[in-house]
Design a protein around this ligand. Structure first.
Ligand code: TXA
Ligand code: MG
Length: 324
């Protein structure tokens, strides 16, 4: 199993060990406010290849490159004024911007799957200290085997990768719990490539412009990693449940009881108070808890579509999609 180093009690040791491993081209699992990431030096092709190998990604999808701050990001990508305004408003935070790569950037083409654009994010918390200490961008997909649920704790990461992984930095449970929102500015248009931990309505409020959704959800050609079946627990997932069958786990919302729930294997409430941010933070951990019961299926009560509910429902649709 990987060594788990607690960044809250051993910050200096965590930084030193992570920088040493990253410098050797070895991927390290790191905490971010969204989910845990499997990070590697974005300028080192061997290190990036190791990420794909460890995750068992079926093909080379572009990875998000993490930066210490906007200045570091500007050295690698070309910011139009609207993208810069969005970055200034929401970084550090759960937002990825897809931008044209600068020809002089040392980020390796493997990290962006050969595209002439790059997905960039400035994360919050310990990841930001690590990025400053390491001094180079870190390519980091979610730290899970391909097709599995993204990890929100260091333990999830260590259990998923076993002996394949050297080091996990532990900063406690991820605060947001959903991957970043991915946006791409095209001229005066802001396109939503992936709903995520930043409510798109916040971007509309700050910019005074609409954020355009792809007409066909899940068909996002622009975000090639958006496979339909993703974020999948082992048990089949049933959405918009109005009742519960014996032998099922129920994951509900807002303290609303469902008929049949006394016969459920387990009942979890994403947020008894009806808070969508709390629901987002609990979602992936609850899916894992539900799976651990060995239940024959996981029933989800309806979750409101407003605010972060958009991203939560996106992940649920993927979890319920036919397995490929
Ligand atoms: O919250 C997050 O974003 C987490 C944490 C670790 O930062 N990272 C994450 O990375 O979710 P990953 O690799 O699972 O998601 C990367 C996705 C790709 O599958 C693709 O959809 C999109 O980001 N992406 C990356 N670069 C892109 C580009 N140049 N053009 C379009 N989409 C891109
Ligand atoms: Mg992922």
């Amino acid at each position: 199993m990987a060594d788990i180093v607690d960044t809250r009690t051993d910050a200096e040791a965590a930084l030193a060990r992570a920088c040493e491993a990253l410098g050797r081209g070895v991927p390290v699992a790191i905490p971010t406010e969204t989910v845990y990431g499997l990070a590697a030096d974005a300028t080192n092709p061997l290190a990036i290849t190791r990420i794909y190998e460890m995750k068992g990604r079926p093909r080379f999808n572009p990875l998000i490159c993490h930066m210490a701050d906007l200045a570091m990001a500007e050295a690698h990508a070309v910011f139009d004024p609207l993208s810069r305004a969005i970055a200034e408003a929401f970084w550090p935070g759960p937002l990825t911007l897809v931008l044209p790569i600068r020809p002089a950037s040392a980020i390796h083409p493997l990290a962006r799957a050969g595209l002439d654009t790059i997905g960039i994010r400035v994360p919050k918390g310990f990841a930001s200290r690590l990025l400053s200490a390491f001094g180079r961008p870190l390519a980091a997909p979610s730290a899970n085997t391909s097709g599995r649920i993204s990890p929100t704790t260091a333990r999830h990461v260590a259990e998923d990768f076993g002996a394949k992984l050297e080091l996990v930095l532990d900063a406690g449970p991820a605060v947001v719990g959903l991957e970043s929102t991915i946006l791409k500015v095209e001229g005066e248009t802001i396109r939503l490539l992936r709903p995520g931990g930043l409510d798109a309505a916040e971007v509309e409020r700050v910019t005074g412009r609409p954020v355009l959704r792809n007409e066909k959800a899940g068909a996002a050609i622009e975000a090639p990693g958006m496979l339909a079946s993703h974020y999948a627990p082992d048990a089949p997932v049933r959405l918009d449940a109005r009742d519960v069958a014996p032998g099922e786990v129920l994951i509900r919302f807002g303290g609303t009881a469902l008929p049949g729930e006394t016969d459920a294997v387990l009942v979890l409430d994403l947020s008894p108070a009806g808070d969508l941010a709390e629901a987002a933070a609990n979602l992936f951990g609850y899916m894992k808890q539900a799976d651990a019961t060995g239940a024959r299926s996981i029933a989800f009560a309806p979750i409101p579509a407003r605010g972060l509910g958009e991203a939560i429902n996106d992940r649920l649709q993927r979890a319920a999609a036919p397995r490929g």
